[in-house]
Design a protein around this ligand. Structure first.
Ligand SMILES: Cc1cc2nc3c(=O)[nH]c(=O)nc-3n(C[C@H](O)[C@H](O)[C@H](O)COP(=O)(O)OP(=O)(O)OC[C@H]3O[C@@H](n4cnc5c(N)ncnc54)[C@H](O)[C@@H]3O)c2cc1C
Length: 480
């Protein structure tokens, strides 16, 4: 029997797994998808929020500020990119300056360090190309950017390195109380665990109901984005918010840790928890809203559109801690924004809740918090590249030309992927397909490498698991 079963391998489930891997426990993670970061953790704004906009006194406010403070050390231990770019909330009218002042006040109550209200001149000095009508802004120096899927992968790898077992393609379908715990039906197999952590994102309400807790509902709120080519992305040096509206933080203009820029997200309520398509009208909505911050957006430099689904809880706060209905269930549910930022702090609180519920948290000897990551070829200087190629000629074969990803790194990504690698899984690990052509040239080469490395027919490979097959069959069989 496992001591703990974590349901869901998004950033929250993986952060919980990594936190629990410090202790002498048998921990498993069950994930419905083929890989980690299959839900909201793969498609979001990637902002490490400072924490001024959460309602003081809420779980969101507390966990956001604590999570932000933990992020630097975490990213260092796990070799994940983090840039403290700072963030601005721009105001374009006296009324919006008032709302900026309110954010400043709530930031002080939440304990956000270093907040300042800037005048227009200071804003323009921080970011060229801003709308001349900017009146001022709230500046948060602790705001930053990270790579959400790389963080999730790193948490997973470090948890696994420290003994956590992961089960993919393993949706939790049913749960039955047994002596001292639960038996869970994962479709292909049954698992038993003393305690369960619910980190199932959009489906956390359904998982909770399996354990008799129907205290909350989760609905989906879609966020759509436009991503820009690095060559035109100079318009976003820092994170630019606008004074918030009723549906949240509004449309951002922001850089990514890999040097691109994006505008987004929209906020579209929807009943469907799986539809991540981008609406045609999103392009106009986003460009109109974002050009309020930066009037001359290089829209011709857009390279892709994408969308993520926020898991919006009703009532509106993170649900973290022991379930009031079940003493063996710990919730990490309703984790909408700022859930990425809060993930390390949520993981700490989940561990505390498990301890309160009676789980013995004895630190284990040999826990290694460090994930060793090799320097990417694209970041190497000429001498380092020559040495890498001399060591392994596969470094000399560039597969993704947009992002300068050699075959050696794609093979490494394939080997690091659990189960059958998907095109998206390799993309998130090696960056092949992330560039200007969005995989137009390298996707077929990556598929060939997966097929060769894992000895799987190409027709069986998928973009992101399930029915997302990329090839339907052969058009011609070569003669023997
Ligand atoms: C548009 C958008 C913008 C955002 N921007 C930011 C931001 O800038 N900063 C920030 O801090 N936060 C942001 N967030 C929030 C952040 O992305 C989420 O809070 C975070 O990713 C939630 O992680 P999670 O692990 O709870 O959920 P997910 O990543 O969705 O993971 C849940 C996992 O559970 C699995 N699962 C579901 N049901 C089952 C089952 N029955 N059995 C097994 N597994 C199951 C799913 O397959 C999934 O992999 C944003 C979110 C969105 C959508």
């Amino acid at each position: 029997m496992f001591d703990v079963l974590v349901i869901g391998a998004g950033v929250v489930g993986c952060a919980v797994a990594r936190e629990l891997s410090r202790y002498a426990l048998r921990v498993a993670v069950a994930e419905a998808g083929p890989d980690v970061a299959c839900g909201a953790s793969k498609a979001n704004s990637a902002i490490v929020h400072a924490g001024y906009d959460c309602e003081p006194g809420t779980n969101m406010a507390r966990l956001n500020v604590r999570g932000n403070a933990m992020f630097g050390a975490l990213c260092e231990e796990l070799a994940v990119p983090l840039k403290r770019t700072g963030s601005l909330v721009l105001a374009f009218s006296d009324e919006e300056m008032e709302s900026v002042r309110r954010l400043y006040e709530s930031g002080l109550k939440n304990g956000v360090p270093g907040l300042k209200i800037l005048d227009a001149e200071a804003c323009h000095a921080m970011q060229e190309g801003l709308n001349p009508e900017v009146k001022g802004a709230l500046y948060a120096p602790t705001g930053g950017i990270t790579s959400p899927y790389e963080l999730t992968i790193a948490l997973f790898e470090n948890a696994r390195q420290n003994g956590t077992e992961f089960f993919f393609e393993s949706p939790v379908l049913a749960a039955r109380a047994i002596e001292g715990g639960y038996e869970l039906d994962l479709g292909q197999k049954m698992l038993q665990a003393r305690y369960v952590v619910n980190a199932a994102g959009l489906y956390a309400d359904q998982i909770s109901a399996l354990f008799g807790d129907k205290c909350f509902k989760i609905h989906a709120r879609k966020g759509e984005y436009i991503l820009f080519d690095r060559a035109v992305s100079g318009f976003a040096k820092t994170v630019l918010f606008q004074a918030p509206g009723p549906l949240g933080k509004g449309v951002l203009v922001a850089p990514t840790v890999h040097g691109n820029a994006y505008i987004g997200p929209t906020a579209v309520e929807q009943a469907d928890k799986s539809d991540t398509s981008v609406r045609r009208e999103a392009i106009d909505e986003l460009s109109k809203a974002a050009s309020r911050s930066v009037p001359t957006l290089p829209l011709r430099g857009a390279i892709t559109l994408f969308a993520g689904l926020r898991a919006m809880p009703e009532p509106h706060d993170f649900i973290v801690g022991l379930s009031p209905k079940n003493p063996r269930l710990v919730q990490a549910a309703g984790i909408c924004s700022p859930g990425l930022t809060s993930a390390p702090a949520i993981a700490e609180e989940v561990a505390k809740a498990l301890s309160l519920a009676g789980l013995d948290l004895e630190e284990k000897t040999g826990f290694d918090p460090i994930r060793r990551e090799e320097k990417a070829f694209r970041e190497m200087n000429g001498d380092e590249r020559a040495a890498a190629i001399a060591f392994d000629p596969a470094y000399g074969r560039i597969i993704c030309r947009c992002e300068t990803v050699p075959e050696a790194e794609i093979l490494r990504a394939i080997r690091a992927t659990p189960g059958v690698p998907t095109l998206d899984g390799v993309k998130r690990r090696a960056r092949a397909g992330m560039g200007r052509c969005q995989g137009g040239f390298c996707s077929s080469r990556v598929l060939e490498l997966i097929a060769r490395e894992r000895n799987i027919p190409m027709e069986e490979l998928t973009k992101s698991g399930g029915r997302s097959k990329l090839l339907v069959g052969r058009t011609r069989e070569d003669d023997e």
